[in-house]
Design a protein around this ligand. Structure first.
Ligand code: SF4
Length: 457
């Protein structure tokens, strides 16, 4: 197959490690027409707020926006599951002409009466931004009528990047913070931010902190509850996972309530241990926490070490491509793949910033391709060129991997296996091993062609 060309306007979003100078462009609107892998502002808000299980999530817009994000994270709940239902005002032509505020009011009242949620989030979509419905005014009115928080999420899809959606979600969440009692909260307490409990990760991480003797006040937003979020300003520390999604909320809580925060990752042995030790070090006035953390880390690593060594021997030298939402996840993935003896040949993100890409440049080996806001053609091109054996990404990357005839590991919303913590690292290693070594790839046309010396496409 002839080499896949790169659009001129996209060239500055791609960097090959070792080439000079390094001036990767990022943080811009996606180029029209390229079918970016990136999601819209509304989707960014939806993925952050969706796991709050006892809240009503109402999408003010056409039914398509709701269908697009229905059960988008599949986030697990230990109690109510209202979040898994998708509600929309289903705006049509007449609503676009005459306005959708009355319809929104009717929908909110009916849904609150039916489901009795602890709070409601109302998401603005593209068309609402265009017709100019006053969503905030309707939310205020219903909040007064029903005596629950009804929070507008200003997430019109067109008005920025997915990252702006994270910010809109954090701004809506921040209106809940500070409304609950804090008198019973321990001085050794945290909030977990940026963990969405897709496969039960929040429960694993929470159990580590409980064993360390640290109280978890709120998880935002995995297995989230409105009342816990309302009292989250009483925690002594915010522990923020992922680079983009919830740093805005941590910044706002620091500014208003003086809550300090640290950034962590719970992916891979190295980063999980560092996260736990960093939290323990924060509570240096209670040395028992550090002692318990050391025992916990020792016990967890020794339990999974023997199997990890076997897997390592079987995947050593395989080549991996990574394309994820936030770059912070990519940092951890690179470390985890290196631990397994694999080479990372391509890495990219939807929402990385200048500092993120500089870190990636420093972490990667010479020749590694670094991509910002990529599209399927670019990913395919470099997967072929770098002869990747495995692609790690989300739902939109899965078909690319299968078309290329290579293994795939879901590290996004659709998986059901927890990948966080020590147990998660073992799950990840097992999945990498099974996918990359599966005999099925011998029968994929792309691989069969590659085996005969042709390009794998
Ligand atoms: S908000 Fe706009 S871009 Fe996002 S799904 Fe709806 S129509 Fe599409």
């Amino acid at each position: 197959m002839a080499s896949i060309p790169i659009l001129k306007e996209r060239e500055k979003h791609i960097y090959r490690k070792g080439a000079e100078p390094f001036n990767l462009t990022c943080g811009h609107h996606s180029l029209a027409g390229v079918v970016s892998q990136r999601a819209c502002v509304f989707c960014g808000s939806r993925v952050v707020l969706y796991p709050i299980a006892d809240a009503l999530h109402l999408i003010h817009g056409p039914v398509g926006c709701a269908a697009y994000t229905w059960d988008i994270r599949g986030a697990l709940s230990s109690g109510p599951e209202l979040h898994r239902l998708s509600f929309t005002t289903d705006l049509r032509e007449k609503d676009v002409i005459f306005g959708g505020e009355k319809k929104l009011h009717r929908a909110l009242v009916e849904l609150i009466d039916t489901y009795q949620p602890r709070a409601a989030f109302v998401y603005s979509t593209c068309i609402v931004g265009i017709i100019g419905d006053d969503v905030a005014a309707v939310c205020r009115q219903v909040s007064r009528e029903k005596a629950i928080p009804v929070l507008p999420v200003h997430s019109e899809g067109f008005k920025g990047t997915k990252k702006d959606g994270y910010k809109a979600a954090c701004e809506a969440l921040f209106k809940l913070v500070g409304q609950g009692p804090v008198d019973q909260i321990s001085p050794w307490s945290i909030n977990i931010l940026g963990e969405f409990n897709i496969g039960g990760e929040a429960w694993i991480i929470k159990s580590y902190y409980e064993k360390m003797g640290v109280e978890v006040v709120a998880t935002m937003t995995g297995d989230g509850r409105v009342d816990a979020i309302r009292r989250s300003h009483g925690a002594a520390l915010n522990v923020v996972q992922c680079s983009g999604a919830m740093t805005t909320l941590a910044d706002m809580m620091q500014a208003r309530y003086g809550t300090p925060y640290i950034r962590v990752s719970y992916f891979g042995l190295e980063d999980t241990s560092k996260a736990l030790y960093d939290v323990a070090a924060h509570f240096k006035d209670n040395p028992a926490i550090m002692a318990r953390t050391q025992a916990l880390v020792r016990g967890e690593i020794s339990a999974i070490f023997p199997e990890l060594q076997k897997i390592k021997a079987a995947v050593q030298g395989k080549r991996a491509a990574i394309y994820v939402g936030g770059a912070f996840k990519a940092f951890s993935l690179i470390k985890a793949l290196r631990y397994l003896g694999m080479d990372v040949v391509l890495v990219g993100s939807q929402t990385g910033n200048d500092a993120d890409y500089e870190t990636l440049r420093d972490m990667c080996d010479d020749g590694t391709i670094i991509l910002d806001d990529a599209n399927p053609l670019e990913l395919s091109k470099y997967i072929i060129e770098k002869r990747a054996d495995l692609f790690i990404g989300g739902v939109k990357e899965r078909p690319i991997a299968y078309k290329m005839g290579i293994g795939f590991c879901d590290h996004n919303h659709e998986r059901k296996t927890p990948l966080a913590g020590y147990e998660g690292m073992l799950n990840f290693a097992r999945e990498v091993y099974r996918s990359v070594n599966s005999p099925v790839w011998r029968f994929a046309p792309a691989r069969a062609a590659a085996g005969k010396g042709a390009s794998p496409c």
